[in-house]
Ligand binder design. Structure first.
Ligand code: FEO
Length: 396
């Protein structure tokens, strides 16, 4: 269903209530998502982004109920990742000559994914497209989060179409930020930042400052996922600047996997020690094989210190921890302290392996970690408590 946004701007996207996994199995979408597409009906008509391919036919049929497709003058592809450009092939089968505007990287990406000879036009930061009395101004945003990413700004209505930036995987019948549950919205925003944008934080700061330097009034921020920022839209820009600046809270997170509960017992004793040393720090503990990995990554994002734990298996670490550590490596967390723990029966490589992975991932390793042979006895448990105490003391 098409929804009015402001004056002649309409939402013509798709709400995907069923979505529970995004990017393959890389991102959990507990609350679904939306693929936002916007239609601007000024003297000239511009369509901004489309939707994911499974909804292509539905999207185009819906668009036809809003407008004769031949009346669309311009198609803007702010970002060619397939959740936004997936319906292009279906759409362009009806209007094959309509010009598409994208970045130079977008051109390669569109060609590489759709293999069609469309009328592709490259734009750069500052280029403008007249829609009559209003115009679209393009702002390239390379690596936020793909090389082709860009935003565009509609003068007159003062709308920033920010694509993935400032978005949330959050399906809602309410279109605007002021109408939804604020706690839900905040969690989906920070989870999205932690899991997708963390590696690009230095670029986030630079790009936001560049956009702010244009001094363009912003009444609405229309992202490509989730709700539109209508009430105090600058609030999400401020949040991004904070999250991009080596964000952390007074939190320590333990994340582990355990074959026969011995590493779990270690985690609980380490936690006890942390609490003895610091009554105020927020300590959280997750068994990664029973937790949602993206929720855990959000907790790591919020932490000043992280303890990674695994039993030793086949001279290495448990596979759920290995999967987590691979994601953590790619996210390039900064300004976080770490240490490792784990139980073992004979060879005992897990702690060293976790140490190496944490170091490679950019964590500051505080020590060599703690290993316990077989099941921790009273002495082993006491050592874990002391280890937790020392860890907390060293990052107070
Ligand atoms: Fe929502 Fe990068 O696609």
């Amino acid at each position: 269903m098409n929804r009015p946004i402001k004056n002649n701007v309409y939402w013509v996207g798709k709400t995907d209530w069923d979505l529970r996994k995004f990017h393959g199995d890389e991102y959990s979408t507990h609350k679904g998502s939306t693929y936002n597409s916007y239609l601007i009906r000024e003297d000239k008509v511009a369509l901004i982004d489309t939707v994911w391919k499974p909804f292509a036919k539905e999207y185009v049929e819906n668009l036809k109920s809003e407008i004769d497709l031949k009346k669309i003058d311009y198609i803007i592809v702010n970002h060619a990742e397939i959740d936004h450009s997936g319906a292009l092939t279906e759409l362009m089968s009806h209007i094959p000559d309509t010009p598409i505007y994208c970045t130079a990287s977008g051109l390669k990406s569109i060609k590489g994914q759709h293999h069609k000879d469309w009328n592709l036009n490259v734009v750069k930061t500052g280029d403008k497209l007249s829609l009559g009395s209003k115009e679209l101004i393009f702002i390239e945003a390379p690596m936020l989060h793909w090389p082709d990413s860009m935003m565009c700004y509609l003068t007159g209505d003062n709308i920033l179409f920010s694509n993935d930036a400032f978005g949330q995987h959050y399906a809602s019948e309410y279109m605007f930020n002021d109408l939804v549950d604020q706690n839900e919205l905040f969690i989906e925003c920070i989870k999205y930042y932690a899991n997708i944008l963390t590696p690009f934080s230095p670029l986030v700061t630079k790009k936001i400052n560049e956009v702010l330097s244009f001094n363009l009034p912003v009444d609405l921020i229309c992202p490509s996922h989730g709700v539109i920022w209508r009430e105090d839209p600058v609030q999400i820009i401020k949040k991004y600047l904070g999250w991009a600046d080596n964000y952390q809270e007074n939190q320590i997170t333990l994340v582990y996997d355990s074959m026969w509960e011995n590493t779990r017992v270690m985690a609980e004793k380490i936690m006890e020690g942390i609490r003895q040393a610091d009554n105020e720090v927020n300590v959280k503990m997750y068994n990664i094989s029973r937790s949602d990995k993206n929720d855990v990554i959000l907790e790591i994002f919020k932490s000043k210190g992280v303890l990674f734990g695994s039993s030793t298996i086949n001279n290495g670490i448990l596979s759920a921890m290995a999967g987590l550590m691979e994601e953590v490596r790619g996210l390039k967390f900064r300004n976080k302290k770490a240490a490792s723990f784990g139980s073992y029966g004979w060879s005992g490589e897990s702690v060293k392996m976790l140490n190496d992975l944490a170091l490679k991932s950019g964590f500051e390793l505080l020590n060599d970690g703690i290993k316990v042979l077989w099941t921790p006895d009273n002495e082993g448990e006491a050592l874990c408590v002391e280890y937790g105490r020392n860890f907390a003391e060293s990052i107070k």
